[in-house]
Design a protein around this ligand. Structure first.
Ligand code: C2E
Ligand code: CA
Ligand code: CA
Length: 293
């Protein structure tokens, strides 16, 4: 059914000999049940201010606690989901979970925005801005504590409608970021057409930043481009302090990656928060840091 829908067909033939298809049908067919059964969980990865070292947000990343296959990573089910209308219910579900978490943090005195990945297919749904508004209302979370990261696997189908959705969502106080900046079909087109607040430089450019001159030049240009457009720039995939130092030199605003933490379950995220030292302030390029009072 989902394959027929994907190709705008009235029907399609199910071929049980194609193991690949069978696995795919079974997996996607069980997503609705999985959402009801609470098998979808979110892990959270901290986002850090490059200048001060303080926590500036957390990105929600989906995991599927599958009853027989164990913990599935998003790469194993999201690309398939994105090709069917199931992505809408899935994204609503993720939004709901992430905002309940944001509310929970708020109740503990932790005021950080939570970021949710939203594919452009969802932005094309004219109902989506209202969905965002009602999820915020239901969770009792102000719009400024939600970010959406626009992810893309295919060419943006209707830029005008996408931009219109974004305008309506940003009117709620929600900020929007272009994810995986520098890769994919249309990063520059996105910058031209979409009203956003932030770009997230893809981790493939951030890798070995201190030794790979080409990456350094690309990241430096992306930061300058973002800043010239008045946007905040976040680097993804920061795995070591040398890369972080380079990002600091280049004036990057925020960073995210294994150097700070892997994505964590809400319980582990709480423990990570408790264990971390107070925010630091870098006074020079290298390791001289002073604790912020
Ligand atoms: P993304 O939005 O680019 O998320 C960052 C991915 O990079 C995460 O993988 C994270 O675990 C990984 N990562 C973080 N820091 C590092 C690092 O220092 N080094 C390396 N090598 N990797 C790092 P994950 O969780 O497997 O997510 C993969 C992708 O799945 C995400 O990429 C996002 O595009 C998509 N995704 C995840 N959750 C959702 C969701 O709820 N909705 C939608 N539409 N897509 C989602
Ligand atoms: Ca993301
Ligand atoms: Ca990304």
């Amino acid at each position: 059914m989902y394959v027929a829908e994907e190709h705008h067909l009235v029907h399609t033939r199910f071929d049980p000999d194609q193991a690949d298809n069978t696995a795919r049908f079974t997996l996607i067919g069980s997503m609705r049940r999985a959402l009801d059964a609470g098998e979808l969980v979110l892990h959270y990865q901290p986002k850090i201010d490059v200048g001060t070292g303080s926590l500036i947000g957390a990105e929600a990343l989906a995991r599927w606690q599958h009853p027989s296959r164990g913990l599935l990573m998003p790469g194993e089910f999201i690309p398939m989901l994105e090709r069917t209308s199931l992505i809408h219910g899935f994204t609503r579900h993720v939004l709901g979970l992430a905002l309940v978490q944001a509310r929970d943090w708020l109740d503990q005195g932790i005021r950080i925005p939570v970021a949710v990945n939203v594919s452009t297919r969802c932005l094309l749904d004219p109902q989506f801005p209202e969905t965002v508004a009602s999820c915020l209302l239901a969770a009792g979370v102000p719009g400024e504590l939600l970010r959406i990261e626009i992810t893309e696997n295919t060419l943006m189908a209707d830029p005008e409608r996408t931009a219109d959705s974004l305008r309506r969502i940003r009117a709620l106080g929600v900020k929007a970021a272009i994810d995986d900046f520098g890769t994919g079909y249309s990063s520059m087109v996105y910058l031209k057409l979409l009203p956003v607040d932030e770009i997230k430089i893809d981790r493939s450019f951030v890798h070995d930043l201190d030794t790979d001159l080409r990456n350094r030049v690309l990241v430096e240009s992306a930061i300058e481009l973002g800043h010239n457009l008045g946007l905040t720039v976040i680097a993804e995939g920061v795995e070591d302090s040398a890369s972080l130092d380079t990002l600091h030199d280049l004036g990057c605003d925020g960073a995210q990656g294994y150097h700070f933490s892997r994505p964590l379950s809400p319980a582990d995220f709480g423990r990570w928060l408790e264990a971390r030292p107070p925010a630091r302030h870098r006074s020079t390029r290298d390791h001289s840091v002073a604790t912020v009072a």
